[in-house]
Design a protein. Structure first.
Length: 263
């Protein structure tokens, strides 16, 4: 089959293993069933902003045009540095977005994707977030009323624990073996008392398995900016990556690229 359209992030369902879909013109294309088969992604030399649809030469922040980069609230600095949330100053780029996205219950979580890391996410977005990062295990740690507080706690905890994933290790399934509940207990001792009221007492452990037939030994990054056709045998899907026997393709990074997707 051939699908023509603009790439968007992979969709997924938290089944066992995680069920992945690509989406073209709002049509979901199931990917798991194509493991072991040759796939091809051919760049059609056209890019469009994922928000406003304008044709562009270059995308910013995974799929946006420059205007949307500097104007949209989802591209503000406080999205990557939530402790800098400025909603309370009345300067949010779009307070309706802030109400919906930031002034909502947030979770500070511990997840294992390569090593253990701390992260934050909107409560209703938890499973999606973990799968997008390729976590194999995760627990919610604290629940706070809004994004800014979650960001402040994350910055504090990042003194003791990583807040980034080593994506190469994540893709090679090189996952450190840690007891998340033990780490939670240790971090709780470090936590300033003002935050302890947010503790989730008995969190559920979430575990994820990802579709794969082999594990890549070395990771070569494939980019449509460097080669116009990417092809290979699909050997796995994890986080936002299609893992081929020829290298790994980060789908989200190519949001807005018009392609012919053949499988
Ligand atoms: Zn735009």
């Amino acid at each position: 089959m051939e699908y023509i359209g603009y790439l968007t992030s992979l969709r997924h369902e938290p089944s066992d293993p995680v069920n992945y879909y690509a989406e073209f013109n709002h049509t979901p294309v199931s990917l798991n069933q194509h493991l072991g088969e040759e796939i091809e992604i051919a760049f059609l030399d056209e890019k469009a902003c994922c928000h406003c649809g304008r044709k562009i030469k270059k995308t910013y922040n995974n799929g946006y045009c420059y205007k949307c980069l500097i104007q949209l609230p989802e591209n503000d600095l406080c999205i990557v540095k939530p402790e800098l949330c400025h909603y309370h100053k009345g300067t949010c780029r779009d307070s309706r977005f802030g109400d919906r996205h930031c002034m909502q219950p947030h979770i500070v979580y511990l997840a294992l994707s390569s090593d253990v890391k701390v992260g934050i996410t909107r409560k209703t977005n938890m499973l999606k977030r973990w799968i997008d990062q390729g976590a194999v295990r995760a627990i919610p740690f604290l629940e706070v009323p809004a994004r800014k507080t979650a960001g402040e706690i994350e910055v504090y905890l990042a003194r003791f624990i990583k807040d980034k994933t080593n994506w190469r290790k994540m893709l090679k399934n090189e996952t450190a073996d840690h007891d998340l509940f033990q780490i939670k207990a240790d971090l709780l001792d470090q936590l300033p008392s003002e935050y302890k009221k947010y503790l989730i007492e008995e969190p559920e452990l979430h575990e994820f398995r990802y579709p794969h037939i082999t594990t890549p030994e070395k990771i070569t990054s494939l980019s449509l900016d460097k080669q116009s056709v990417i092809k290979g045998k699909l050997t796995g899907i994890k986080a936002q990556y299609l893992i081929l026997d020829t290298g790994v393709f980060h789908v989200r990074k190519h949001t807005g690229y018009k392609v012919a997707f053949r499988l």
